[in-house]
Design a binder for this molecule. Structure first.
Ligand SMILES: Cc1ncc(COP(=O)(O)O)c(C=O)c1O
Length: 400
């Protein structure tokens, strides 16, 4: 009973003191281990949201915890006025494992995007003169909440209260090659795309669409920026999701899984993009700090491992097969790339999201009628079975 009171007290105080920008589920999480979370009343949840694609190695992975502890008791923060080793090693490894030559570190996804937009504008101006400022992005995309990122996130609900936004943005229907070719012209400095739209519904880009974007960008000296904030670090069964589509970006934004639960973002670019950027053009007090970078080194090492990537593919196939076998009447389609899975329903998805915890599982939505699954990449077959059985009961729930 004491614990229950404590739970209610935390919820009451949260409502009193924390600005209400999130509709939270009604329990207080206190502990996590592997694929499971535990609340203040001892309930256990199988976590198929993984902190919205952050906990790629599950909760409290031993190697990540050790890296954080070691670094925290050695050197935690000095600012970017000084050289430190962890972020240098991380940048080197990120470049070795991608198309990129240089990395800028920040603290979140939206900041990684913000940096990419500033670098693209500077690149356009420095290399091609005034007027090369247009940013092209896509319907149902999601890139973050700060002004630049919000301006290329074409959702009325998110944008309307905060207008006017950053100018010179054109939004094109996702996967519409002709519209994209028309929008990308000599005034375009960058095109920003998620190769699998996460928040927008787990929508996969067509290979021809992405290749057409690459061609148009090259023709018009525009930069192709892939937003891999949700799809990066093995989530889709390859280290980077764009590797499924045989395209080479000019920039890539990363965050979420990168820090193993600590806040860190990264904007990766080629030397050509980096060339006009000089000291003072952009900055961050915390960006790429030693603790976050030390955790990220573990994440990168573990998620680039071919064994881990094969496991993701195997679990994806197994999970999708199990979900299909449930033959649930509300399910009209399942879209997936690796362990990024969208279950499209013929009804509102929100009530199932809200009730799932009562069945011992946590999941996400992506748009009004899609349930989104982003389990830890380390998920086991037994955990998939446990999830599928609870999911079936959830969808048979009469009161939803
Ligand atoms: C594709 C993508 N870009 C950007 C962001 C924004 O990242 P953050 O919430 O870390 O600012 C998100 C977050 O969901 C995302 O999924």
């Amino acid at each position: 009973m004491a614990q229950k009171n404590n739970t209610q007290e935390i919820i009451r105080k949260e409502k009193e003191y924390v600005l209400s920008t999130y509709p939270r589920l009604p329990f207080v999480l206190t502990r996590g281990k592997g694929s499971f979370l535990f609340d203040s009343e001892g309930n256990q949840y199988l976590d198929f949201g993984a902190g919205i694609a952050v906990n790629a190695l599950g909760h409290c992975d031993e190697e990540v915890v050790n890296a954080i502890q070691q670094q925290a008791q050695t050197l935690s923060h000095v600012s970017n006025l000084y050289y430190t080793a962890p972020h240098v090693e991380l940048a080197e490894k990120l470049c070795q494992l991608s198309f990129a030559d240089k990395v800028f570190f920040s603290n979140s996804g939206t900041e990684a995007i913000e940096a990419s937009l500033k670098f693209a504008r500077k690149y356009g101006r420095a290399k091609f003169g005034e007027g090369k400022t247009k940013l092209v992005a896509f319907s149902n995309g999601f890139h973050g909440r700060t002004f630049g990122a919000l301006s290329i996130t074409a959702r009325e609900k998110y944008q309307a209260p905060f207008k006017p936004l950053v100018p010179d943005v054109e939004i094109v229907p996702f996967n519409d090659i002709v519209a994209a070719q028309q929008a990308i012209d000599d005034s375009t400095c960058a095109v920003v795309v998620e190769v699998v739209q996460g928040e927008g519904g787990v929508n996969l880009a067509d290979q021809e669409f992405l290749q057409a974007l690459r061609t148009s960008c090259t023709q018009h000296d525009a930069l192709l920026i892939v937003d891999e904030i949700q799809t990066g670090f093995g989530r889709t069964g390859k280290l980077w999701a764009h590797q499924h589509f045989d395209i080479q970006p000019d920039m890539m934004t990363l965050a979420k899984a990168l820090g193993g639960g600590l806040p860190v973002g990264a904007t990766l670019m080629t030397n050509d993009v980096a060339e006009p950027i000089v000291a003072g053009d952009h900055g961050s007090t915390f960006g790429g700090g030693p603790i976050a970078a030390s955790a990220a080194l573990v994440i990168l090492q573990r998620t680039q491992d071919p064994g881990m990537l094969a496991h993701v593919q195997k679990m994806s196939t197994y999970l999708c097969r199990e979900l299909n076998a449930l033959n649930l009447p509300q399910v009209v389609g399942i879209r997936s790339l690796g362990l990024m899975i969208g279950i499209e329903l013929n009804v509102d998805a929100k009530p199932f999201y809200k009730k799932a915890h009562e069945y011992g599982i946590l999941l996400l939505t992506a748009g009004p009628n899609v349930l989104r699954l982003l389990p830890p990449l380390t998920i086991t077959k037994a955990e998939v079975d446990q999830f599928a059985s609870a999911f079936k009961k959830l969808l048979m729930e009469k009161t939803v």
